[in-house]
Design a protein around this ligand. Structure first.
Ligand SMILES: Cc1ncc(COP(=O)(O)O)c(C=O)c1O
Length: 291
């Protein structure tokens, strides 16, 4: 049999089935199993959203590479309301979920042999994606005694000539840590000063109780180095409809367009028009506001 490349052999097996197999073989000696392997809402999607998706599912043609303009505009408006700054439709690309958003962003931002810092313990798919792209994942320690919040000074010491980006995940999976805006601002300053991309995975931002998650989008030059990843999976309880987003400036979008076209052609159609409606219509009553 031909040999598989080291790049893919080095990737860990999918973690959730592995953990579920452990659970299946567990005999209950230490109490019942609590399955926290996958963050899925414990309540159903809004019925009006589901009805709209079932109608929109009749749309079977390809759409725009960066997603439906209506959804991009609606998410840009949502981001403006959340962060209080001018985020435009052109800054938003819709993706087939936030996991693919990460993989596609990393394909655009880093190359084989480059290094990217991940908050550790990491979200396993981030580590898997970097490894299969031939990008070295560098652990940015997040210690329990520091509330699992990474330290920008420690990150500065980990930067090498091959470092291309620092990833922050806030609120964090798996630790649940919410990084203070000042910490995120310090990471933004570090990335700007050292010529790195700052990649913010904000899959869980809608679950923050209140307030602005950070002020990065208020920086006049955020489009030069900051990239935000978002997921509709949890906020709207539709993880199977694979819808997420990448928020980034024009230079990143220009390179990203090549990756989006190659990897997804267009994001899945069915949930896009319904989500454009839902962003406004379901705020805030039918959307969760606290973890
Ligand atoms: C931090 C983080 N990013 C991305 C994802 C994946 O989101 P999506 O369903 O949009 O691909 C998850 C889901 O568990 C997550 O926890």
């Amino acid at each position: 049999m031909p040999v598989f490349p080291q790049r893919i052999r080095a990737v860990a097996a999918p973690a959730i089935p592995t953990a579920r197999a452990w659970a299946a073989s567990y005999r209950g000696q230490a109490g019942p199993v609590i399955d926290v392997t996958q963050a899925v809402p414990g309540y159903p999607a809004h019925p009006d959203l589901l009805n709209r998706i079932s109608v929109a599912a009749r749309t079977t043609v390809y759409g725009d590479i960066t997603g439906d303009i209506e959804l991009r505009a609606a998410l840009a408006a949502d981001l403006r309301a959340c962060y209080g700054t001018a985020i435009e439709t052109a800054d938003v690309a819709i993706t087939a979920g936030c996991n693919l958003a990460f993989t596609m962003a990393m394909t655009a931002l880093a190359g084989t042999g480059d290094a990217v810092m991940l908050p550790a313990p990491w979200y396993f798919n981030h580590h898997m994606a970097l490894t299969m792209l031939g990008i070295e994942p560098v652990a940015l320690p997040c210690r329990p005694e520091q509330g699992f919040v990474p330290d920008p000074a420690e990150a500065a010491k980990l930067i090498t000539p091959t470092t291309r980006a620092i990833v922050l995940v806030t609120p964090n999976n798996p630790t649940g840590a919410i990084y203070p805006p000042e910490t995120i601002a310090a990471f933004a300053e570090l990335c700007r000063a050292r010529g790195l991309f700052l990649v913010l995975d904000e899959t869980y931002r809608d679950f923050l109780p209140n307030g602005r998650p950070h002020e990065v989008f208020a920086l006049p030059d955020w489009r030069d180095f900051a990239v935000q990843l978002y997921s509709f999976s949890k906020s709207y309880c539709i993880p199977g409809h694979r819808t997420g987003a990448i928020v980034a400036g024009p230079a990143v979008q220009e390179q990203l367009a090549k990756v989006l076209d190659t990897m997804q052609i267009c994001p899945p159609r069915a949930a896009q028009a319904p989500l454009a409606w839902a962003i406004e219509a379901l705020r805030p009553g039918a959307r969760p506001t606290a973890l």
